[in-house]
Design a protein around this ligand. Sequence first.
Ligand SMILES: Nc1ncnc2c1ncn2[C@@H]1O[C@H](COP(=O)(O)OP(=O)(O)OP(=O)(O)O)[C@@H](O)[C@H]1O
Ligand SMILES: [Mg+2]
Length: 318
Amino acid sequence: MANVMARRADLRDLDGREAVITASHVQKSYRGFTALRDATFAVARGEIFGLLGPNGAGKTTTVECLQGLRRPDGGAIAVLGLDPARHSRELRRRIGCQLQESALPEHIRVWEALELFASLTPGGRDWRDVMAEWGLADKSRAAFHSLSGGQRQRLFVALAVVNGPEVVFLDEMTTGLDPAARRVAWALIREIRERGTTVVLVTHFMEEAERLCDRIAVMDRGKVVALDSPRGLIVSHAAGVRVVFTTDVADLAFLEGVRHVEAVRREGPRVVVEGRGAVLAHVAAALVAQGIAPADLHVETPTLEDVFLSLTGHVMAE
Ligand SMILES: Nc1ncnc2c1ncn2[C@@H]1O[C@H](COP(=O)(O)OP(=O)(O)OP(=O)(O)O)[C@@H](O)[C@H]1O
Ligand SMILES: [Mg+2]
């Protein structure tokens, strides 16, 4: 009964949209070590849904349970209405999974890899169309090892979608990429969604989650600790305003008495004033009254990093 209630609560987050995935209190232990204590969330059709958390949070374990690659010890999962642990074959035809780099032989040609993957899931799309869509037609005869990083990435995406999946799982797709290649990958991920596929994106990059995802489940130590849109997470968990400037003036104790100021600290040459509401105007006025007029006085808006810190009490980067 508790499960049913929790599941209803999460479905309500979807505002009546169709759920393609529901996970209710999913648990998984590896030889006595509890990797997953409580994964509870629902994913709506057509969204880019993020699982965000530090190393070891349980993100990969969660998606492996959703894909039917691991059997959870407790809780309930439905993906496209199926229980992945019992219907993994049928599910495999309807979902797409990103490959790890090491999973492709060096000498396989682009067209061979696509044809092979298409043959594993009959009834999917024509692999030649997928190859063209992902800009690989002129690399058709190229061996995997000769592809550039960006071309490999396109190939991995093409392989993940060659069966025309309804849901695609991308686990750390952009890890190890330089910033330019990461942006290309983001565009590819948006393109998958524009073609109507639901995307479950596992990442530990805050910026990536913030820019790409419609909603994010924040995971820490085996639990989903918050679930909302990036903006919603920031509004509920990091609502404060941060006023930042640089100055040579050593004694800034007067700022602590300024209206709306909650804390003042130095970060190297920067002074960071935490506060609420109209804190910027009051800090500016107080500084000017003391003869201090920093040219770089500005407000920094909170990020998912602040959300994570406020939810868990620790920073995400180890
Ligand atoms: N096969 C396994 N046997 C034992 N422990 C495991 C196994 N797989 C994962 N774990 C442990 O479970 C925890 C969660 O691992 P998981 O891979 O799900 O984390 P993650 O959030 O994907 O981390 P990362 O960001 O590093 O990929 C970790 O502490 C990990 O060491
Ligand atoms: Mg992982």
